[in-house]
Design a protein around this ligand. Structure first.
Ligand code: ADP
Length: 488
């Protein structure tokens, strides 16, 4: 590790953040956070017990009334200050994410920008929580529709975007007047710990955001979700865990937001601008080492342009530099752990066994760290596992289609419905695809769609609810309708 890295890691808090204090865990255990590029331990942090989880919820519940009563402008200003502080400290946050998650530094900087935008956006939204006022249709009263904070929230985040997945939940909760307990992924807890310190520096009162890091997510979460004082659960992660959490949330009839898995189709028509399609494909597939729920999972390319598309993406992918995300010029960092490497390998092997051709890459790389060679597969047959499962790795799998109806059928042939990407120069066809593809989001002619000002979310088994945009704050607000009798 470099001197800069060591100094940064020393400054990252290693305890639980409860009621505005850094406290020890009562579990007697600790979590070792590793650099996936080297396998070495970066830092050891507290491993929360069930009792620590309860303490964190106590703190969120205790702070809830005063935070809900805090003027919206004040809540917004704290978020704005946090946004400014994050800009000042962007290099620290970028490096920390690269160290614990592995993505190239340039992409971590991009995540600081993206993640920071949620602070700015929801800081602005805090003062625009508007309702509705008007006569009822019968003219016998006045209807008032207002919004109030939903109450204490439990926010569970994944490891692939350690900052942005946290700010996308924490910022709207703060803006709406909700308090929360945040549980980052055990693989990448450092960014959230550093970030909550930044929130405190920005003036966030004690108890409004509490952070617990734990290696026993299921055991610690269950009683929090079952606690009648909790009102909201927001989760980003895999569909199986999301389904289990929804079952638990049903017990307390909790409000839920679920950002779950994806299996994005990337459809290239024969009339597409291939330069743009190739550029979009490389971004949609290889951003974040392929470890994104929005990552293009299935390339569905018209048979007349499939070979040229494959040659061009293969030429680009074979030039990608693989290495530790801190090194200059690296485009592909390590995968998060051994299981991720094994999964990518198994999906490639299955596709090849069913007739696919490896154009470049195709296997894990030897040596330290959890690296998988950036891969292009062509001729991926229907029924291959890689078309059904989320790859979460740098593997670009191409299948072909003959006409638009077949492309639509292939694209929709999945239980997921997060995002789709479509490349065509025909506007009418593009409009038909907006209607035909069953996804919550679409990139028409672009390979990256995430934006704090847009409603992010999926349909089918990709989730419930929307994060970001004008809808994002409503995930943390209840609607109250009052009928006021006419003046007599
Ligand atoms: P991935 O497969 O991408 O690691 P997971 O869905 O397993 O995604 O993890 C996403 C988040 O959910 C992480 O913070 C993880 O600790 C948490 N998590 C995993 N299992 C459970 C569970 N049973 N209850 C609550 N949280 C969980």
């Amino acid at each position: 590790m470099t001197v800069t890295e060591t100094a940064l890691l020393e400054g990252v808090p290693d305890r639980l953040f409860i009621g505005g204090e850094w406290v020890e865990s009562t579990s007697g255990r600790a979590i070792e956070v590793r650099d996936p590029a080297t396998g070495l331990v970066l830092k050891t942090v507290a491993d929360a017990s069930v009792a620590d989880g309860a303490r964190a919820l106590d703190a969120a519940v205790a702070a809830a009334p005063s935070w809900a009563a805090t003027p919206a402008r004040e809540r917004g200003e704290i978020l704005r200050r946090a946004f400014d502080l994050l800009q000042e400290r962007r290099e620290e946050f970028a490096l920390l994410m690269t160290l614990e998650m592995g993505k190239p530094l340039a992409e971590s900087r991009g995540e600081v920008t993206y993640g920071g935008e949620f602070l700015r956006w929801f800081g602005e939204e805090a003062v625009r929580i508007a309702g509705h006022y008007g006569p009822n249709p019968e003219g016998t009263g006045t209807m008032v529709v207002s919004h109030r904070p939903v109450g204490p929230c439990y926010l569970i985040t994944p490891w692939n975007f350690p900052l942005a997945m946290a700010t996308r939940k924490i910022a709207p909760a703060i803006a709406a007047g909700c308090t929360s307990v945040v549980k980052p992924a055990e693989l990448t807890p450092l960014t959230t710990l550093l970030f909550v310190q930044l929130l405190a520096d920005a003036g966030l009162p004690p108890g409004v955001v509490n952070v617990i890091t734990t290696s026993t997510a299921g055991d610690v979460s269950e009683p929090i979700i079952a606690d009648p004082r909790l009102r909201k659960l927001s989760f980003t992660g895999s569909t199986p865990v999301g389904v289990s959490l929804l079952r638990q949330a049903a017990g307390g009839v909790l409000r839920t937001s679920m950002e779950l898995g994806g299996n994005a189709p990337f459809v290239v028509f024969d009339d597409a601008d291939l330069d743009k399609a190739v550029e979009g494909a490389l971004l949609a597939k290889f951003r974040n080492v392929g470890e994104a729920c929005t990552a293009a999972n299935r390339f569905i390319v018209h048979e007349s342009v499939a070979e040229e598309f494959a040659e061009r993406v293969t030429a680009a992918v074979s030039e990608f530099v693989v290495g530790r995300g801190t090194d200059d010029g690296v485009r592909i960092g390590p995968l998060i752990n051994d299981e991720a490497v094994a999964k990518a390998g198994a999906l490639v092997d299955d596709a090849v066994a069913r007739g696919a051709t490896v154009r470049t890459g195709g296997a894990a790389l030897e040596g330290d760290g959890t690296f998988f060679a950036p891969t292009v597969l062509t001729g991926v047959a229907r029924g291959s596992d890689i078309l059904r499962e989320e790859i979460f790795g740098p593997v670009l799998a191409i299948s072909t289609f003959a006409d638009e109806a077949e492309a639509v059928a292939m694209a929709n042939d999945t239980q997921y419905g997060l995002v789709s990407y479509v490349f065509t120069r025909d506007l009418a066809r593009g409009q038909r695809m907006i209607d035909a593809l069953d996804t919550g989001m679409m990139g028409l002619g672009v390979g990256v769609i995430s934006n704090a000002a847009a409603p992010f979310g999926g349909v089918k088994q990709s989730g419930i609810g929307r994060e970001g945009g004008a809808l994002g704050i409503h995930e943390y607000l209840e609607t109250k309708y009052t009928l006021i009798a006419p003046a007599s």
